[in-house]
Design a protein around this ligand. Sequence first.
Ligand code: FAD
Length: 348
Amino acid sequence: MTGTDVIIAGAGIIGLSTALELAAQGIQVTVLERKRAMSEASWAAAGMLAASDPENPPQLQPLSDLSISLYPEFLARIEHLSGLSVPFRTAGTLQAVQNDESRLLSEDIARRIPELNSAGWQFLWLDEHSLDPRDLCAALPKAARAAGVHILEDSSVIGVRPMSTGVEVTTLTASYTSTHFINCCGAWAGEIADRLNIEPRKGQMVVVSLPPNLRLDYVIRTPELYLVPRGDDRVVIGASVERAGFDKTVHEATIQTLLHKAAHLWPPIQKAQIVETWAGLRPGSPDGFPVLDACGGPNCWVATGHFRNGILLAPGSARILCELVLGKTPSIELSPFRYDRFAKVSVY
Ligand SMILES: Cc1cc2nc3c(=O)[nH]c(=O)nc-3n(C[C@H](O)[C@H](O)[C@H](O)COP(=O)(O)OP(=O)(O)OC[C@H]3O[C@@H](n4cnc5c(N)ncnc54)[C@H](O)[C@@H]3O)c2cc1C
């Protein structure tokens, strides 16, 4: 391929990871971003790489495993290209479950997280990492540019037209041609593709700062709440899962509910100070799985719908999209992620 071989719409973690993966194969990539790179869901995430969360549907496991296996190489490449570090911030999670034979003993729980209120829960230990997505926001666009990817911000894609020799992609002010097009527009992906049933799922979050005599070393997660320490005095508490259209307003009542639940689970949080609140829009599909497939005509592809796990699933999704564009056999079976599955579901 020559010239701009691939145009990607959307410079979130999915679009930029895919651009980086393609660039590593010598492919010329342009990314068109409506606002600023890494300014939407990928900026708003907690950053857990929750591949072993028992709440995850089993269909996600092969893609999760692929992603986790690629993560060390993915971060090393970003750090090498950008000169910026993206460290893991935690190296273990206490996962609350109702019943499990491999649960931790209460003394093990108390040793890892003193004062955790385990009433009503059993806890599993998961060897799981988290990162701070703000580190990725700084490093990933810089790494992609250093790899030769053109990132054009303030460039909203409004039309995609397959042609006999490639694809024409139109923004409000210009039109571009390329051999391939990939829609990585997150919660907005359905706006530029027919019958792509993607809906925003709002998540509100609060970050608190612990006083100097307190520390939390591990992620605490229940099916409805998580506390994610950043390795300094900060703890991220999240997150709501709401159907609110594209609204990103932060509501005090929702933040207070998160704080209340967090303090019930880990009472020392009552001594913490609020430092930041925000909301982001997860890309949600009807069954909660990503869409990684051809979509909208020859040489047109889509990678979206990563819902609550887009940070985890980014390197694996990037590898898959690169394989699809290059006509290679995908590393995993892609039937759970097909574009046409919603049409079949809606018959019933
Ligand atoms: C509160 C919250 C907590 C989360 N926590 C975690 C977590 O702990 N772990 C985890 O793995 N995942 C988590 N997620 C999910 C994760 O953030 C998302 O799945 C992931 O960021 C999706 O990435 P994306 O690139 O598809 O979308 P985005 O990051 O939203 O990027 C899409 C981009 O497309 C651009 N765009 C839209 N329309 C157009 C257009 N027409 N033309 C050009 N550009 C366009 C947007 O401006 C945006 O920059 C969380 C999400 C939220 C909201």
